[in-house]
Design a protein around this ligand. Sequence first.
Ligand SMILES: Nc1nc2c(ncn2[C@@H]2O[C@H](COP(=O)(O)OP(=O)(O)OP(=O)(O)O)[C@@H](O)[C@H]2O)c(=O)[nH]1
Ligand SMILES: [Zn+2]
Length: 190
Amino acid sequence: MSNVDRDKIKRAVRDILEAIGENPDREGLIDTPDRVARMYEEIFSGIHEDPKDHLKVLFQDEKHEEMVVVKDISFYSCCEHHLVPFFGKAHIAYIPKGGKLTGLSKLARVIETLAKKPQLQERITKDAADIIMKELEPYGVVVVVEAEHMCMTMRGVKKPGSKTVTSAVRGIFEKDISSRSEALSLINMR
Ligand SMILES: Nc1nc2c(ncn2[C@@H]2O[C@H](COP(=O)(O)OP(=O)(O)OP(=O)(O)O)[C@@H](O)[C@H]2O)c(=O)[nH]1
Ligand SMILES: [Zn+2]
């Protein structure tokens, strides 16, 4: 059972097409409201998921207490101000504690779930760091997100190629400058 009211989206998209002066009944647009409804259901599916549910997979027997970095996690999200895409890469470094090591893909899944709703880049960054801290209770976590916002490139201020970089630093990384530098250099290593 879907949580999305597809018929309501279809009606709204038809209204928008009319409002911009298009003919929603012309051949090329006739199925567009339905396509947009299905697309919204897909790209906003994170509204109905809890990102922390991905972090229940733990490898408790592995006593790995060294840094783990998953970088270049590509994501697509939608800016909550204009409902146009912003997209880029997220990088996560954490130091697991007490056997709370999670599956690598689960870190990417946290980003994926957070991205699939109307969002702010800062909120994805901060929420990912806070959820990992709460669920995995690691020594620390660093999340860096770099993205291009289409509301700044295709319209408005029109600055194609401009990138926004946000970071959230938690736990040991807040105070231990050498650990933080190691995490950031691993993230920046190409
Ligand atoms: N902090 C933050 N701002 C964002 C994000 N995505 C879009 N924005 C900004 O949200 C702001 C909305 O500004 P408004 O003045 O209300 O809207 P606007 O008239 O369309 O603004 P312009 O984009 O400057 O034309 C813009 O500065 C966008 O660049 C984001 O993820 N984080
Ligand atoms: Zn925007």
